[in-house]
Ligand binder design. Structure first.
Ligand SMILES: NC(=O)C[C@H](N)C(=O)O
Length: 461
């Protein structure tokens, strides 16, 4: 019988036997939620379970403990062992799982694109052996990692659920247990895309942003509805989810271009430093967080000078908004339209996290092809951006709900529900990057052939 059910103290149980069962891969160190179900009777083998989930444990508050100075720090081996002891995970309807603990475990503030690459590669390599994946990580940079993974994982057809907690598992009042259990459930039976489970909601990963440093519902998806909300029962919106890839082989694209900076505008502050950055030949792109629908002062000569410098140094400037909701529509105001004239590209309703990681992906995918990147910034690759109609439909062009007055004249009857805003992303694997680039090449080739034929004909005459 498992020690957790014998009444021994946890410490006793932990010291009783070696904590992990090595499985072959150097960093694959623990397995199994076999043993008994929640009610402590049935022996249930992993092979009897419906579904297998791979848990990648990268660090974060969930598995942290206070160090000698009283600050939280990741503790190797701790969370994986605690998971092995959790009765919730042995419940018979839960999937079997294996844990891969990364070394060293990291505070997510220390995670870099190489760490995202490792996660993406581990998922791609094990894609066909598991029904889904859970990535346990810190919350501070989870939105960046989720956005990056959504682009890096090509041909994904399994759920990838990122989760973490605001309070360490070791605290009795922690949010860790529930987030962990729900993440495993969604990794087994949720939509096949990169998502974040946090504080009772399943959110599209590349739509998320950390909105609260202290609350348990620290994550939000301001411009896209939750794919599921979990109260007493599940309220799912899987109709909004991306279609799973029909391709067999999931691939991890890992050549992320990181020469990208993010700036936030502050009224009237000096532009010299910005100018110096944008003049750099080292830089590929800048995400500029503007005001409202994408405005910046047109009277600020230093700013316009900096934008011109960016253009001449082949630095792409992409505009997001400082607002929590809504999107950038540069031409709304004259001051924004001027930016468009200077070559600034609107990020629509993408989060800054999605915009920055999408640029890293696009510049990695199309190195040196600035036109392809510029064209694809506003195209939805993984549901990260809405069609402008979703937030921009002019009032008097809105769809009409009725053609006669009969519905309105009867107060007991309600007009039919308006058609949903076209927020749905395109089906996955309509790979716009290749399509768009190819189309442009075809047009260029067609034009060249046309000119050639015209020259030959002119000469003959
Ligand atoms: N709640 C957390 O996980 C915060 C932690 N500093 C991290 O991001 O790793």
């Amino acid at each position: 019988m498992d020690e957790s059910l014998t009444g021994k103290s946890m410490d006793e149980s932990l010291t009783g036997k070696p904590p992990f069962k090595p499985l072959g891969l150097p960093h694959r160190i623990t397995s199994s939620n076999s043993a008994t179900n929640l009610h402590g009777t049935d022996e249930l083998d992993d092979s009897d379970r419906d579904g297998r989930v791979l848990v990648l444990l990268t660090g974060g508050t969930m598995g942290m403990k206070p160090n000698q100075r009283g600050s939280l720090e990741p503790k190797a081996g701790y969370l994986a062992e605690q998971m092995r002891l959790m009765p919730e995970l042995r419940e018979r309807r839960m999937p079997a799982y294996e844990v891969v603990e990364y070394a060293p475990l990291l505070d997510s503030a220390d995670m870099v694109p190489q760490d995202w690459r490792r996660i993406a590669q581990d998922i791609a390599q094990s894609h066909n052996q598991f029904d889904g994946f859970v990535v346990i990580m810190g919350t501070d940079t989870m939105a960046y990692c989720a956005s990056a993974l959504s682009f890096m994982l090509e041909n994904l057809s399994k759920p990838v659920v990122l989760t973490g907690s605001m309070i360490p598992f070791a605290e009795s009042y922690s949010d860790a247990r529930r987030n962990l259990v729900m993440a495993l459930i969604f990794a087994h039976a949720g939509p096949s895309e990169v998502v974040v489970f946090f504080g009772d909601r399943l959110l599209r990963g590349n739509r998320t942003t950390k909105v609260d440093a202290l609350a348990l519902s620290a994550y939000d998806s301001p411009n896209f509805p939750p794919l599921a909300s979990c109260g007493v029962a599940l309220r799912a919106r899987y109709d909004l989810a991306l279609a799973p890839s029909s391709e067999q082989r999931c691939k991890a694209f890992t050549q992320m271009e990181t020469k990208i900076l993010v700036f936030r505008m502050v009224p009237g502050f000096d532009d010299k430093a910005l100018l110096r950055c944008l003049e750099s030949d080292e830089l590929r792109a800048v995400v500029l967080e503007l005001y409202g629908t994408g405005t910046a002062p047109a009277r600020r000569a230093g700013l316009l000078k900096a934008l011109r410098a960016a253009r001449s140094h082949n630095v792409l400037v992409v505009a997001t908004t400082q607002c929590k909701r809504g999107g950038v529509v540069l031409a709304t105001y004259e001051v924004g339209r001027l930016l468009e004239e200077e070559g600034v590209v609107a990020a629509g309703d993408m989060t800054t996290e999605a915009a920055a990681t999408k640029l890293a992906y696009l510049f990695g995918r199309y190195p040196g092809d600035m036109d392809a990147v510029r064209e694809l910034v506003g195209v939805s690759l993984r549901g990260e951006i809405s069609h402008p109609d979703a937030y921009l439909r002019p009032f008097f062009e809105a769809p009409r709900y009725k053609s006669s007055g009969s519905i309105e004249s009867d107060p007991t009857k309600r007009p039919p529900a308006p058609p949903p805003a076209p927020t749905e992303p395109p089906p996955r694997d309509v790979m716009p990057p290749r399509d768009v680039v190819q189309r442009r090449r075809d047009i260029a080739l067609g034009a060249a052939i046309g000119v050639g034929v015209a020259l030959v004909l002119a000469r003959r005459r």
